[in-house]
Ligand binder design. Structure first.
Ligand code: OSB
Ligand code: MG
Length: 380
């Protein structure tokens, strides 16, 4: 099918609640049940596709929440795209950025949905549409803060046995050096281990952070304040372990600043955090040009959000395993068919034989899980 343009007729927002198998604790908060904002798009030609807004329940990771995103999508994002004719999904980002600051996750949910609609309408997989080159991606797991180092070490060992190619453990002051030491002892010196602090440290903690250099970590993710590239540059100078930035990188300009200031040597790209796929691809390309490895982070997505991460991680410079675990790591039952599965070798297949996001959505299940919905459509 040749598609001349994508024109959206309606977008339905839904909030569903999905309980995690176990609570996920990071330094800035704990999640028991994900409140997930789903978007269902319909084009004037009857093509349907889904996307997910990754904003959290509370503003502890980014300033956005599911409620601010709902408001932003309804009031400012959707009116800019509804009824417009897009010849290329790359046209969406400038329209959403013009005199419209922030709200990256709200923008991303719509921008990425249009990428997937374009893929679905043309009968091509999303990964191919954005230039993906992989048939499978390497998978890591992100483990929340645990009560004791021993409990954590058990979980890390089990994850490596299951095939995960990288284990990320969350740390915070008081649950850092001893936890890393016990884990490292349990898994041996070479196993792929990293830590993520979600901004929990400050300049007074540099001594503690320097001790982490002893444990052969792949990287230390976002130890300092989310908006402080200068402090990260000071810290990186003192460490041999690479810093990886997550919260700090809200777009390609911040990625450029990181490179210029030497605030970090690796970037965790989450397409929601940076405003969508065009922005993610720009960061990916900039990093590739500077020899900076990237990997795809996660936001405890349902199977719908996960499909976008899988497609993104198929780009060539995603050379480290992502926080893209299979459905069973998070949920008793996912909302997509088939669910996302991981091989014994710690890989997820990129669904390059299917159009659009590459999975079908379990509509009945979503209906049952929905706590509110709203349809925005072109005036007729
Ligand atoms: O910092 O990477 C993070 C989840 C919610 C908010 C922030 C982060 C995370 C994760 C989870 O680490 C990764 C996943 O989706 O498995
Ligand atoms: Mg992180």
């Amino acid at each position: 099918m040749t598609v001349r343009f994508i024109q959206i007729d309606s977008i339905t927002l839904r909030e569903i609640h999905l309980s995690l198998k176990e609570p996920f604790r990071i330094s800035s908060g704990v999640t028991h049940t994900r409140k997930i904002l789903l978007l269902e798009f319909k084009t004037v030609d009857g093509v349907v596709e889904w996307s997910e807004c990754v904003a959290g329940e509370e503003p502890n990771y980014s300033p956005e929440t599911i409620d601010t995103a709902w408001l932003a999508i309804r009031e400012w994002v959707v009116p800019r795209v509804l009824g417009k004719q897009f010849r290329d999904p790359g046209e969406v980002r400038p329209i959403l950025e013009h005199d419209f600051r922030g709200h990256n996750m709200a923008k991303a949910a719509v921008e990425m949905g249009i990428w997937a609609l374009a893929a679905r309408a043309s009968g091509v997989p999303l990964s191919k549409l954005i230039g993906g080159v992989r048939e499978e991606i390497e998978v890591g797991i992100s483990l929340g803060i645990q009560a004791t180092p021993q409990l954590l070490a058990e979980k890390v060992k089990r994850s490596l046995d299951r095939g995960y190619r990288k284990v990320k453990m969350k740390v915070e002051p008081g649950k850092d050096i001893e936890f890393v030491r016990v884990v490292r002892e349990a898994i041996g010196p070479e196993a792929h281990l990293m830590v993520d602090a979600n901004n929990a440290y400050a300049e007074g903690d540099f001594k503690t952070l320097q001790e982490l250099d002893w444990f052969n970590l792949m990287m230390i993710e976002q130890p300092l304040a989310w908006d402080d590239l200068v402090a990260h540059a000071k810290l990186q100078k003192l460490l041999k372990t690479p810093l990886c930035l997550d919260e700090s990188i809200t777009g390609v300009d911040r990625a450029g600043d990181m490179i210029e200031l030497k605030s970090g040597r690796i970037i965790n790209i989450k397409p929601g955090r940076v405003g969508g796929f065009s922005s993610s691809i720009a960061i990916h390309d900039l990093c590739a040009a500077h020899g900076i490895p990237v990997w795809c982070g996660g936001m405890l997505e349902s199977g719908i959000g996960r499909s976008y991460n899988v497609a993104l991680a198929s780009l060539p410079n995603f050379i480290l395993p992502g926080d893209i675990s299979p459905s069973e790591r998070y949920w008793e039952q996912d909302i997509v068919v088939p669910e996302w599965t991981m091989s014994r070798e710690g890989k997820i297949n990129v669904p390059n034989d299917k159009p659009g996001i590459g999975v079908e959505v379990d509509r009945d299940r979503i209906e049952n899980l929905t706590v509110r919905s709203e349809t925005l459509r072109t005036a007729r």
